[in-house]
Design a protein around this ligand. Structure first.
Ligand SMILES: O=C(O)CCC(=O)C(=O)O
Length: 285
């Protein structure tokens, strides 16, 4: 570790420390046409969400269905998880089949602008809403953090349709524009939008947008994968540094490594024994 003799008079003086030696590097989002990202950001600012159709093909959706099917067991422990909803937590520690959803360039391009550098993956789950499930309690995902609204989002989420999302099979329902609301919850007069989209599509929304799983009044289950992200100085919902062994962490993409905690929020947040956590993976930088 090098020694810096310059006096530290404000926290800003520490910026060149660990962070200076382990600079933020561009994410896979850098490959996305900036004009597309401008349009996505405009939609997010106006509506709080954006829908991208057909990012995955039929084979990719089928592979995900096949891999998660054996894990679909018990239904939720309460009506929020869903009494007729099966959830698979910690998908990242079970399979590599959803990695390309969690680090999809289109998603990262927007996150690069919405959140601070070294934002984190907060959750990666599969959600299978079975026939007969009722609508989930509307909520906004960063409501778990006790910081009052109105405010900028602290988090963002994607929901990937692995089956077609139809108006009555449990498609996620959104309250367009609700990211701008103050403290009030949705009421009966507010417009609700079921996210109808073909399998392989993705809805991205900011952590302040009110939404929920829809009721499934059909005879078929609705499978989705959700990846959620948060600011680099917040505690993620799923503790990936505990659930992902180091040997596994070495095998995932640089973007995923960074998002599961092998990164810091300058100057110290996320450090291990005073050093950058990438050293735990054998990195010599
Ligand atoms: O499954 C869905 O469509 C939404 C689920 C959701 O928002 C949640 O469980 O937090």
């Amino acid at each position: 570790m090098s020694i810096n003799d310059d006096p530290v008079t404000t926290l800003a003086d520490l910026r060149g420390d660990l962070a200076g030696r382990h600079k933020w590097t561009p994410s896979g989002g850098a490959s996305v046409d900036p004009a597309l990202v401008d349009a996505d950001m405009a939609a997010l600012d106006r509506d709080g969400y954006v829908i991208w159709e057909n990012l995955l093909d039929a084979d990719e959706c089928q592979r995900i269905r096949d891999v998660v099917a054996p894990w679909l067991g018990p239904t939720g422990r309460n009506s929020f998880e869903g009494r007729r909803t099966q959830r698979i937590y910690s998908v990242l520690s079970r399979t590599r089949v959803c990695d390309r959803l969690a680090d999809h360039p289109r998603v990262l391009a927007v996150l690069d602008r919405l959140l601070m550098p070294n934002y984190l993956l907060s959750a990666l789950q599969a959600i299978n809403i079975q026939p007969g499930e009722s609508a989930q309690l509307p909520h906004h995902d960063d409501g778990f953090y006790p910081i009052p609204r109105p405010r900028d989002p602290l988090a963002a989420a994607t929901i990937w349709a692995i089956d077609d999302f139809t108006p009555d099979n449990g498609a996620t329902v959104l309250y367009p524009g609700s990211h701008r609301w103050g403290r009030r919850p949705p009421g009966p007069e507010d417009r609700v939008l079921p996210v109808v989209m073909p399998a392989g599509s993705c809805v991205f929304f900011v952590g302040t947008l009110w939404h929920g799983g829809g009721a499934n009044t059909t005879g078929h289950a609705r499978l989705a994968v959700t990846a959620q992200y948060c600011q680099p100085w917040l505690r993620p919902m799923e503790a990936f540094t505990l659930s992902i062994p180091r040997e596994m962490a070495r095998t995932v993409s640089d973007d995923l490594q960074r998002m599961i905690g092998y990164s810091i929020h300058p100057p110290f947040v996320g450090a291990v024994d005073g050093l950058h956590p990438l050293r735990l993976l054998g990195e010599t930088r």
